[in-house]
Write a protein that binds this ligand. Structure first.
Ligand code: AMP
Length: 188
């Protein structure tokens, strides 16, 4: 199966994706991780990407689409992908449907981690001390949340219409959320 995990910055998408990937033998495709890798490798795109990430805005749809197509087109990952951090806007949601169709695949479920702003702020400030991500500063995290509300939240309606959406209470503990997600996946 292919699944999308969805939620605001700090909702726990990465943590939960790693857990699902290992439990169900899937591959976590985190566009944030792929973009950070480009920055680390000092690729030509790296400095442009770094500037955008550090403003809390979205990297261009074309850059991210090219990165994910490499995985969608690979036989090794066919029907084994967890999209963590993609799509981030309606254009990307449409693009994902088209890319999957091109490689004879589809999305089986979309998991939305629903978390309030207070919890998000707390989690991001905890993560900053652990991972030292430059975009986890309070100022940039606030911009990322605004970007989420403006560009990414409308994608929820897109998936509601296609009846793929499952909403999960992301306020619980990591273990509680693990259990809820496992139950959903096992029920598919
Ligand atoms: P994340 O690790 O998912 O929190 O992503 C970190 C940052 O990478 C985001 O704030 C965006 O600047 C960028 N990014 C990640 N995924 C995407 C995407 N699908 N489209 C555009 N930008 C993205």
């Amino acid at each position: 199966m292919n699944l999308v995990i969805f939620g605001p910055p700090g909702a726990g998408k990465g943590t939960q994706s790693k857990f699902i990937a290992s439990k169900f033998n899937l591959h976590q495709l985190s566009t944030g991780d792929l973009l950070r890798k480009e920055i680390k490798n000092k690729s030509i795109l790296g400095s442009t990407i770094s500037e955008i990430i550090n403003k809390g805005e979205l990297v261009s749809d074309k850059i991210v689409s090219d990165l994910i197509e490499k995985f969608i087109s690979s036989k090794n990952y066919k029907n084994r992908l967890i999209f963590d951090g993609y799509p981030r806007n309606i254009n990307q949601a449409i693009n994902l449907d088209n890319l999957l169709k091109k490689y004879d695949q589809k999305i089986d479920v979309v998991l939305e981690l629903s978390v309030g702003l207070k919890t998000i702020k707390k989690r991001i400030s905890e993560r900053q001390t652990q991972e030292n991500r430059s975009d986890d500063s309070q100022e940039i995290a606030t911009r990322r949340f605004e970007t989420y509300e403006k560009s990414t939240e409308p994608v929820i309606d897109y998936y509601k219409k296609s009846k793929l959406l499952k909403v999960i209470n992301g306020e619980g503990s990591i273990d509680e959320i693990n259990v809820e997600i496992s139950d959903i996946i096992e029920g598919i």
